[in-house]
Design a protein around this ligand. Structure first.
Ligand SMILES: C[S@@+](CC[C@H](N)C(=O)[O-])C[C@H]1O[C@@H](n2cnc3c(N)ncnc32)[C@H](O)[C@@H]1O
Length: 272
């Protein structure tokens, strides 16, 4: 499987690197401003999971950390160390830049998640990933195997992710691009082919941007649960919310009858 997905990973990495400078120019000042408030980018739902136990001696880590704003905010909640992993050189540099600007020692590792090696085994006590992480990962089994290996025994994995039901809609900006299409279900919950996404990754300005198309993968809740259990985790808590914790589907929040839009899941590595 990993051999087969390598070209997809490279294609997606090029697209993320292509958009990263643009995100930086749009967001830099507000990110630095907001990071002056410790914990700013970790909302209440995620914070509650991260702070269930005393964290002063623990390391927090984030997979698919993007520009590191959330990793730094998590560090600021009181963890001893923090580390973010992302395959985009540009975003990892931005994370290091923000950490220097706010004077924290958060570390960033430029790596494809699938290539995180034994040198990081047992190094993180609470690992998290947030909205829009899993959809870039074609192989969930390997993703959660690596999460399991990266965690210390007793360590927790928390996903604060987009709900797969929300991914049945077209993102707001695609509907605008396609002539202000009506908001309705567009993708099958059971689709197992990736979406070849042509609008680019500038979801801040909402303009079509970049020459690179990307492939994103829809994973059903059952796929996510099965892969987590298969990796050896024990699932402790799961909850669903009618709030879009990405910024892609805000108009679904206007529905009177709402689908689940985000979920939080915490699983524990009980044995090595
Ligand atoms: C939508 S962003 C996550 C944004 C995050 N929720 C936030 O609000 O900051 C997805 C991230 O996953 C990263 N990514 C995608 N595929 C990856 C892979 N195979 N290995 C490491 N990072 C990857 C991208 O570079 C991007 O930064």
């Amino acid at each position: 499987m990993l051999q087969e997905i390598n070209p997809v990973i490279t294609q997606n990495m090029d697209a993320w690197n292509e958009v990263a400078k643009r995100h930086f120019s749009i967001n830099r000042d507000t990110v630095i401003g907001n990071l002056q408030t410790p914990g700013y980018f970790i909302d209440t739902v995620l914070k509650q999971e991260l702070l269930r136990r005393p964290v002063g001696a623990l390391t927090v880590g984030q997979f698919n950390c993007n520009n590191g704003r959330e990793t730094i905010s998590a560090h600021q909640l009181g963890f001893k160390n923090a580390v973010g992993f992302d395959f985009s050189k540009e975003f990892v540099e931005q994370g290091s830049h923000y950490a220097r600007e706010v004077g924290v020692s958060t570390q960033f590792v430029e790596t494809d998640i699938y290539k995180i090696g034994a040198e990081h085994a047992n190094s993180v006590d609470h690992l998290f990933a947030t909205a829009g992480a899993l959809c870039w990962m074609p192989d969930l089994d390997t993703y959660f195997d690596i999460a399991f290996r990266t965690l210390s025994v007793g360590g927790c994995l928390t996903l604060w992710e987009t709900h797969p039901c929300l991914e049945m809609f077209k993102p707001d900006r695609d509907r605008k691009r396609d002539g202000d299409e009506r908001l309705e279900m567009h993708y099958s919950y059971f689709m197992d082919e990736p979406v070849d996404y042509q609008s680019g990754l500038d979801y801040y300005s909402n303009e079509i941007f970049g020459k690179k198309s990307v492939l994103w993968y829809h994973h059903k809740l059952s796929d996510i649960f099965t892969a987590i259990l298969k990796a050896g985790f024990s699932i402790q808590r799961f909850n669903e919310y009618d709030v879009d914790n990405s910024i892609g589907y805000r108009e679904v929040e206007n529905f009177e009858i709402r689908p689940p839009m985000s979920f939080i899941l915490t699983a524990v590595k009980q044995t090595s």
